[in-house]
Design a protein around this ligand. Structure first.
Ligand code: ZN
Length: 108
């Protein structure tokens, strides 16, 4: 029996064993549903981004949501308190279980 294309190794067994057993219609429905889920999560994330910083761009990638922004450093007497913000810097933002986390990626 010819075997189907190998499953991505990143996926858990309960998915890689279950998915190939579905018929074509179910697979297409699943594929469409996954797109909707991803879209929904990206919207959740965008809604969860609360910041006083100046966001320059929001980019959806395979790695996650990449945000480029200029920001305040938090020092009282810095030029950024007058609106001359630092950056732009790049951040990877993820949204899980109602919590937003920011991972610093470096200067843009
Ligand atoms: Zn500053």
């Amino acid at each position: 029996m010819a075997s189907h294309p190998p499953a991505p190794e990143s996926l858990p067994k309960y998915i890689t064993e279950g998915v190939p057993k579905q018929d074509n219609k179910s697979l297409r429905d699943l594929s469409a549903w996954i797109e909707e889920l991803l879209d929904y999560r990206e919207k959740q994330l965008t809604a969860a981004i609360e910041t006083d910083d100046a966001i320059e761009s929001i980019e959806q990638t395979n790695e996650g949501t990449i945000i480029t922004k200029k920001q305040l450093c938090g020092k009282d007497n810095c030029k950024c308190t007058d609106g001359d913000l630092h950056g732009p810097y790049r951040w990877k933002v993820t949204y899980e279980n109602g919590k937003t986390s920011w991972e610093y990626l470096g200067k843009a």
